[in-house]
Design a protein around this ligand. Structure first.
Ligand code: SF4
Length: 442
């Protein structure tokens, strides 16, 4: 872990002058420890203290950027061993391998289609890895060009041949691909190439000791835009190495303070998916697979979503008017909360009932109906405010709103504040189809 607030405080000037925007030096130290402030905000830090704090306050796992534009990815900056201690910061980049021996255009087009909509969020793979299986530098560069021309995803260039990497970087270097890999034999030339294009570089070892040695040599050449591959190929060894690297990084062993890359590739796609799932759970920042089949990729994306959501933050939808099946002015107005699951249950069951409707999720910080009611966030006042703010009653020719059955107790006051007739809906959204049949007669 990084320095604590008190350890940082000892190095600050203790003038309490507020020029950093914080009321005291101690408050500033706490912000620094939480990664919410930059040391540059204090003009009075001595050079010695700056040197000590700069290296000590750097994150245990460096932040690395791959690619440019909208689909560029960030990896690293991790600070914990277990998700429940805080959260994992940057989701694993699921990367699909394309050999320069296969039909690159066809596979890349298949990869581009691996886009999934889950509870209103779009999820997709992160990167395309081109591997130089042909051993031919010109063919590798051609494959890289074809991939680059046909996808917006960042590229990972996989070859230990420096000449082939040089040709590939002439094609793709401006787009900051991930350069894989520098090892004990080629690290000087690979580092120079990565430096020239300011591209992130994977350092690969034959084991953890060798990895640490090569990383130190690369860092001594003045390059720190790095990722790590321990060189393990057996899944049990890979997982053990991933855990060891993360533990060492959190103890500020600097050679391991970079995000990791792991190849889960396997001829058996089910075994490959299981390897990849294990590596997503245990710290790999980039996981490479062969398969571009949706049935292998969707479970990995779902697992990644589960692991990398912030456990302290519920998934929420925006509080706005949602139109289901092109509703007209006589459509019902359904009130719910903006907890993603609540909204999608109501939307799904309304759609299943073939009932055009408006859904209004009240902003309850992403909390579900009963919990939000108990916490005082789903109240007659918040419902009335939302209805007024969104202007929903101006879209309909009636004055009825439907609230969830579990909070029937809110109906009287809500009617008073909104001026609407409040209809109490079913307790569960699954009851909506029969509710519409029996109770919605407008
Ligand atoms: Fe302390 Fe520096 Fe902030 Fe002044 S600017 S309060 S000296 S940390």
């Amino acid at each position: 872990m990084g320095l604590t607030g008190l350890e940082i405080f000892k190095q600050l000037p203790k003038k309490n002058c507020k020029e950093c925007g914080q009321p005291t030096c101690l408050a500033f130290a706490m912000q620094l420890a939480a990664g919410k402030a930059s040391l540059d905000a204090c003009p009075y830090v001595s050079d010695a203290a700056r040197e000590a704090l700069d290296s000590a306050s750097a994150p245990p796992v460096a932040l690395i950027k791959i690619g440019v534009g909208e689909k560029a990815i960030e990896l690293g900056n991790e600070t914990v061993l277990f998700r429940h201690d805080k959260r994992f910061e940057h989701p694993t980049a699921i990367t699909i391998r394309v050999s320069d021996n296969e039909d690159v255009k066809a596979k890349v087009e298949k990869i581009n289609k691996l886009v999934f909509d889950r509870v209103g969020q779009i999820h997709e793979v992160s990167m395309v890895a081109i591997t130089n299986d042909s051993g031919d530098a010109a063919k590798f560069a051609e494959a890289v060009k074809t991939a680059q021309d046909n996808t917006a995803y960042p590229l990972m260039l996989v070859t230990s041949d420096v000449a082939a990497m040089e040709k590939a970087l002439e094609v793709a270097g401006a787009n900051k691909p991930l350069v894989y890999a520098a090892d004990a034999n080629n690290y000087e030339a690979m580092t120079n190439l990565a430096k020239k294009y300011e591209a992130p570089l994977v350092v690969k070892g034959t084991d953890l000791n060798n990895l640490a040695e090569v990383v130190e040599k690369v860092v001594a050449l003045g390059y720190k835009n790095l990722m790590l591959d321990s060189g393990a190929t057996e899944i049990s060894r890979m997982v053990a190495d991933q855990v060891q690297i993360r533990r060492s990084a959190l103890k500020l062993f600097r050679p391991f303070g970079y995000p990791t890359v792991a190849f889960a590739t396997n001829d058996d796609p089910m075994m490959e998916a299981m390897n990849a799932a294990t590596l997503i759970a245990k710290y790999a920042a980039v996981v490479v697979v062969n398969s571009a089949e949706p049935e292998h990729i969707l479970p990995l994306i779902t697992l990644r979503l589960n692991i990398y959501t912030d456990p302290q933050k519920p998934i929420a939808v925006e509080s706005k008017i949602y139109e289901i099946l092109n509703p007209g002015p006589d459509a019902p107005v359904l009130i719910t909360t903006n907890f993603s699951l609540s909204y999608f249950c109501v939307a799904g069951d309304t759609e299943a009932a073939r009932m055009p409707a408006y859904i209004i999720p009240v902003d309850t910080d992403g909390i579900s109906v009963l919990t939000a009611w108990a916490a005082g966030k789903f109240t007659p006042e918040s419902i009335a405010d939302t209805i007024k703010k969104l202007g929903i009653m101006e879209k309909v020719n009636h004055n009825k709103i439907i609230i969830p059955g579990g909070v029937a107790v809110l109906s009287g006051k809500t009617a008073e504040l909104t001026g609407c007739e409040v209809i109490v809906g079913p307790r569960e959204s699954a009851g909506l189809p029969s509710f519409f049949k029996q109770r919605w007669n407008k």
